[in-house]
Design a protein around this ligand. Structure first.
Ligand code: SF4
Ligand code: SF4
Ligand code: SF4
Length: 303
């Protein structure tokens, strides 16, 4: 189905407006959405671009080592996350110098990806992380279209493709540990904690250091709030954080797009059939792949 991000959001805009117009007046969000959820405060004034966070992420998630580890030339090109790269640190040229900015899933308080997913393969947990259920995924990629931060990645090159993104180290958090990336940051650029407490911390840094920070906690309100939040001494748009997203959760937009757009309703049955076929084919390929690996191991053993 050829549905571009631009078309999707245009459609979402119309559908979402209708959805929002129907909202009761008392549906205003609480003062701090997701106050008790886990979160991270990224202080870009403290990031030195060492990329220890990238390495730690790769290690705990069994991903390949980061590209050009330890080499400054990695910053010559703007990098994005990828199926095997859950987080990247980029250098941004700003007036009077440079800044380094870590990117990963923002773990929105009300995630559009989860709303758009027809299979409930993406779930926002009460603790904070947005987790992904591999066994439920249909491969439709609506989550990719819905994400305002362009984060979920699809394994196009794989025989058995799935969606991949930062997990917020949900498993580590369940064991009482902080995410791998925040645990290794040597400069305090990444602070892990509860969302409400980190917003307070961010405000204190801003107000106790006049002139050293922009008066904006990015992610406090954007798209209804995110678990990863940023502060900076430069306008956050200059650091590559999207400034046009508004403060309304994009969940309403994603749901609206799926429920009221006639085109999608018309295409839904054949689409589901296509997805089902794709999903079955993917399972068969994965099975064949596993069998062939097992076969070669057997041959090696008997050689
Ligand atoms: S690709 Fe998978 S996770 Fe993404 S929306 Fe479709 S079913 Fe949900
Ligand atoms: S929270 Fe975990 S998965 Fe996400 S970027 Fe950090 S180390 Fe990687
Ligand atoms: S580990 Fe900390 S200082 Fe190093 S690149 Fe990552 S966020 Fe920046």
């Amino acid at each position: 189905m050829n549905l571009s991000r631009r078309t999707f959001f245009k459609t979402c805009g119309a559908a979402g407006a209708a959805t929002l117009a129907a909202r009761p007046a008392d549906a205003a969000p609480s003062a701090t959405p997701g106050a008790e959820m886990s979160a991270v405060l990224v202080d870009t004034t403290r990031c030195i671009g060492c990329r220890a966070c990238e390495a730690a992420c790769g290690e705990v998630n069994h991903l390949p080592a980061p590209d050009l580890a330890g080499e400054a030339q990695v910053f010559e090109k703007r990098r994005t996350t990828a199926p095997a790269v859950y987080t990247v640190v980029n250098r941004r040229e700003v007036a009077g110098g440079e800044r380094f900015v870590k990117t990963q899933c923002m773990h929105c308080v009300e995630p559009a990806c989860a709303s758009a997913c027809p299979a409930r393969a993406i779930e926002k947990t009460a603790a904070g992380p947005i987790i992904y259920h591999v066994n439920r995924c249909l491969g439709c990629r609506y989550c990719m279209l819905a994400c305002p931060f362009d984060i979920p990645r699809f394994e196009y090159e794989s025989a058995a493709p799935y969606i991949r993104k930062c997990t917020f180290c949900a498993d580590r958090q369940a064991e009482g540990l902080e995410p791998a990336c925040t645990s290794v940051c040597p400069t305090g650029a990444l602070t892990f904690g509860k969302r409400a407490a980190l917003i307070e911390e961010a405000r204190e840094r801003i107000y106790h250091n006049p002139g050293e920070y922009e008066r904006h906690v990015y992610g406090e309100r954007e798209v209804g709030g995110t678990s990863w939040m940023y502060i900076s001494d430069r306008p956050l748009a200059q650091l590559g954080l999207p400034s046009h997203l508004g403060t309304t959760p994009h969940t309403a937009l994603a749901q609206g797009a799926l429920s009221v757009v006639p085109l999608i309703i018309t295409l839904w049955p054949p689409l589901l059939m296509g997805i089902y076929t794709f999903s079955k084919r993917r399972e068969a390929l994965a099975h064949e792949h596993a069998e062939s690996i097992r076969g070669s191991h057997e041959e090696d053993r008997h050689a």
